[in-house]
Design a protein around this ligand. Structure first.
Ligand code: 13P
Ligand code: SF4
Length: 301
């Protein structure tokens, strides 16, 4: 039996379903039952009929699925696949900000640990952050952990007062302006599509800014036929699948999230066989982290 056939058989035997983020390897995306951005995956995770979720993504994604579905088994193909940015905020600063500002909402990017989520008022993803921040009654917003996404939302929600944190995504932070300029010179007709985790100077020269799903949908609907993609290179698989006649370019130094790339079909097979790497959360922490995630799903509806 091939790895794929064995995975399919075990999925049936164990009543399991595979979820995958667009940044994982193409051969992993091919195995997924559901594939999407963080917002889509958190919505899909609620109400699945299968008892076991194999989450092909980094730990905050599996944790979020478990927080929202405590009765389900969530398995991570690689227990070490983590998002560096998810840890770039701290509870003490959150407490300080709550004391310093009246009428403060702590808005937590879903790319964060369960510990940070439980200290927050609402979660957001890059696909719904502007809508949710605007819908909050609070004037003061402490946005954790991502400073780049915070600055991007602040521009679009000028009625709010933002307090910034220092976190960032190492993959998007490293996008080089000169390489994007070079790509534009080489492909003058191409539109620049960018993830809001990129620094402000990259956003400034972009034609569209959005989540990974937003970028893919924009490219699909656009009349343009060439695009420079400023996000992790895993999105190429879905872009080329949906738009076989369009051309997609990345910067010379292709952005790669090494943690996302650690997931392989063999690791999926292993956790399905053994039940290893199950996401475990303390019930008090889980219940507290569920509140801001549920609020996100409500406000984004
Ligand atoms: P999306 O919300 O666009 O899926 O992004 C997730 C992510 O990790 C970006 O670095
Ligand atoms: Fe985290 Fe950046 Fe990787 Fe996304 S690309 S999972 S934000 S390290």
């Amino acid at each position: 039996m091939t790895v794929r056939e064995e995975i399919e058989q075990l999925k049936k035997e164990k009543n399991a379903v595979i979820l995958a983020h667009y940044y994982v390897r193409p051969e992993v995306q091919e195995l997924a039952d559901y594939i999407g951005d963080s917002f889509y995956l958190s919505k899909v995770a609620v109400g699945l009929k299968e008892q076991t979720i194999v989450f092909c993504g980094v730990s905050f994604m599996g944790e979020s699925a478990k927080i929202l579905n405590p009765e389900k088994t969530v398995l991570m193909p690689d227990a070490h696949a983590d998002c560096a940015m998810a840890h770039m905020a701290d509870e003490e600063t959150i407490r300080e900000m709550r004391e310093k500002y009246e009428d403060l909402a702590v808005v937590c990017y879903i790319n964060s640990t369960a510990e940070l989520k439980r200290c927050s008022d609402v979660c957001v993803t890059s696909a719904n952050a502007v809508k949710i921040v605007k819908a909050l009654p609070n004037k003061n917003i402490f946005f954790i952990p991502d400073r780049n996404l915070a600055h991007y939302i602040a521009e679009l929600a000028p009625e709010k007062h933002f307090v910034y944190n220092r976190g960032y995504c190492p993959v998007h932070q490293q996008m080089r302006l000169e390489e994007i300029r070079k790509a534009k010179e080489d492909h003058p007709e191409a539109l620049v599509l960018t993830h809001p985790e990129c620094p402000g100077e990259v956003l400034e020269l972009s034609d569209y800014i959005g989540s990974t799903s937003g970028i893919i949908e924009y490219a699909q609907k656009s009349n343009a036929s060439e695009f420079i993609i400023c996000t992790e290179n895993g999105v190429r698989y879905e872009l080329e699948k949906r738009c076989p006649d369009k051309k997609f370019y990345f910067t010379e130094t292709e952005p790669v999230c090494e943690d996302m790339k650690t997931i392989t079909p063999e690791k999926i097979l292993h956790v399905l066989r053994t039940g290893e790497n199950e996401v475990q959360l303390n019930e008090t922490a889980r219940a507290e982290a569920e509140e801001p995630l549920k609020k996100m799903l409500e406000l984004a509806r």
